[in-house]
Design a protein around this ligand. Sequence first.
Ligand code: GDP
Length: 454
Amino acid sequence: MSKTIAAVATGNSAAGIGVIRISGDDAIAIADKVFKPLDGTPLTEVKGYTAKYGNVITDGEAFDNAIALIFREPRSYTGENVVEISVHGGIFIVEKTLQSVFSAGAIPAEAGEFTKRAFLNGKLDLTQAESVAELISAQGQEAAKASFNLLQGSLSNKINKILDSLIDCSATMAAWVDYPDEEIPELSDESLNETLLTARNSLSDLIKNYESGIVMTQGIDTAIVGKPNVGKSTLMNMLSGEEKSIVTHIEGTTRDVVEGSVKLGNLVLHLSDTAGIRESDNIVEAIGIKRAKEKIDTASLVLAVFDSSSPLSTEDRGLISKCSGKQSVAVINKSDLDAKLDISEIEKAFEHVVYISAKQGDGAEALEKEIKNLLGVNGFDSSQPLLANQRQKNCVVNALAHINSAIEGAQMGITFDAINVMIDSAVDELLSLTGKKATEEVVNNIFSRFCVGK
Ligand code: GDP
């Protein structure tokens, strides 16, 4: 028998409504003590998939009008009896209702416990459970789409298909090895080879798309750098659509790093507008410049800004050499002014160059295209199954290594039972990816990263 848990399922701020979620064998009996439908029916007699309008009762008194949604096991998110009480969303009201639910016998839910119970009751596999966390923290359209696909089971379906063919192949080989007297048809080399190569291709595709999936769903850490006055802050403001950085013609205005996440088309950039890089005696400015230089080293993408209306300077040359070896785009700004910049040195040093006028808001699309070219995410398709995190990727990388060994082994003519050991190891990795064979430690680790109420 599972203990009945409860938590606030909505955010911790004043809102139109707040939802208290209760799950467990006694969820309905506990909810019945704190919620009275206006039509007088006790919640214990209410069918599943029913909404009831009524009052929350605390200390014997009606405290708020609310709606209770009843789900009877197994047809609920967790697979258990679940009641969701939607009260008016003031923090005090929500907390007081939750306390009443605790007084009526529920215990506080741990982080991720609702989704963990859904997993343990077979409602979701691990990739789907992880997608719940991703969906909630999704920052942009692509992240939301990719997580929703995961939740729908796109990755599980793909992995299960690979698993089916490997298990089938492994079972045939095992039967053939173990029961030589039975008339079990031998697995042909071609058929074995085809199964292994198909698995290898599917797994390799997942790994190949992992990096672009991460970039497109989680965004990319991007530094805007350049000497003073080239238009870094104006670019930051153009991209963010708000005055995050102060734009002036006085050099050295941005003295530290200004940060913000922006959408550029369907890309999410986590931007840092840095202090203009130049020699400075001013202590505060010098600290900003030091941080700007560090940001070039740590960011995943650098937008190196140059002013097309002034000749290339020593500071520009310093920036060019600092960007060498980094994923960077040369952004030639102020393209609305007469060009005085000789860009041959820039074109030699940067594979990706784009012309913009940040002040006039021109060039965002060209910049997006160039960044996507650089990151190799131009053809990114969020409807394809994607690996959502490093854990999932590790399982696939390990499974692929076993499949590769099996392919090599088959080519060298090693025995079927040796090949079978490798296939079984690949199967184990994929089963731990979907959670069918994940250790308790892995499962606990995954759900501990959720927050309470999920
Ligand atoms: P930062 O020091 O690199 O951050 O430069 P700012 O963004 O503060 O801009 C310095 C000056 O250049 C300001 O007067 C801006 O209005 C001007 N500026 C920035 N971008 C452009 C542009 O695309 N065209 C023109 N004509 N002026 C610009």
